[in-house]
Design a protein around this ligand. Structure first.
Ligand SMILES: C[S@@+](CC[C@H](N)C(=O)[O-])C[C@H]1O[C@@H](n2cnc3c(N)ncnc32)[C@H](O)[C@@H]1O
Length: 273
């Protein structure tokens, strides 16, 4: 059993990673970060934190593996179906008034939420004039997202989510299959661009009508949440929308006065002009 990582040990580890690889985890929520480092040590059969630091200093592939592990990349298609239903009913009709629709998925993991958005846009007749920018810190996840291959065993649940989100088409039309995977149709992916963007250090890169950053905030401390909310405010069109995860909130941030809440339950906000 690995003993609990102290604050001091965590600080050292975070500084080492920042120095060696340029990733800054210093404003991630401390308790969950500790937990994830501990789980990773368990997974790598390491008992001492010094073992972990030594290996990180020497082995970039090991670091990439660890980064994949600690930046929690679980995701689903049409996760929280009623959130997507609200997007269909309340947000897409407003987006339809723009000649070109620019959407940013920040922290998109392996792309499942991005493909869900593409399906919504396609069904609303908006995909052709949409540009979807899908970013994540984690390049391993992004490489997977680009391949758009999803384990076939997940598709039954995703089809159920799709129906609950108000989908009425045959979900299986949106992918082809190869052995154990569903491959999302090329036509749905043509306006999606996947690339690396680090919410801690990178800047605004465009102006968007909708930003989705779901289930990422909860890993950040208050300071970093504020910084990222400012980044999103600056990246939004004057009346652009922002979607957070269902367990996330901007209630405790001073930035909340710059947004209207459109759906408190589904965490959809709109920038005040
Ligand atoms: C739990 S997943 C959320 C995936 C998806 N948004 C969803 O809700 O299904 C969290 C994602 O945030 C990404 N992430 C963590 N820190 C980040 C950062 N500083 N910049 C960009 N993405 C980050 C992780 O790599 C991971 O893919």
């Amino acid at each position: 059993m690995i003993k609990e990582i102290s604050n001091e040990e965590l600080g050292k580890l975070v500084r080492l990673i920042h120095r060696q690889y340029g990733y800054d985890f210093s404003d991630y929520a401390r308790s969950s970060l500790k937990r994830r480092f501990q789980r990773f040590m368990d997974h790598a059969s390491m008992e001492e934190i010094t073992e972990l630091s030594d290996r990180l200093l020497q082995d970039v592939t090991f670091f990439e593996h660890m980064a994949q592990f600690i930046t929690v990349n679980v995701t689903e298609m049409f996760l929280d179906p009623l959130f997507y239903k609200t997007l269909r009913e309340q947000v897409l009709p407003r987006l339809a008034t723009y000649p070109t629709i620019k959407i940013w998925h920040a922290g998109c993991a392996t792309g499942e939420e991005v493909f869900s958005m593409a399906i919504l846009l396609e069904e609303a007749g908006l995909l052709e004039r949409s540009r979807i920018y899908a970013t994540d810190l984690n390049t391993v996840s992004l490489r997977k997202a680009e391949k758009a291959r999803i384990p076939l065993k997940c598709m039954k649940d995703y089809a159920q989510n799709y129906l609950l989100s108000g989908g009425v088409e045959d979900f299986s039309n949106y992918y082809t299959t190869d052995n154990e995977h569903a491959v999302i149709q090329e036509a749905l992916r043509r306006n999606i661009l996947f690339f690396q963007h680090n919410l801690v250090t990178d800047q605004v890169f465009n102006e968007f009508q909708l930003i989705c950053c779901r289930n990422v905030f909860l890993y950040f401390n208050r300071l970093l949440q504020d910084r990222v909310l400012r980044l999103f405010y600056d990246s939004l069109d004057p009346l652009g929308y922002l979607a957070l995860g269902l367990k996330e909130s901007m209630m405790f941030s001073e930035e909340n006065i710059r947004f209207d809440s459109i759906s408190p339950v589904h965490k959809i906000f709109r920038r005040k002009s």
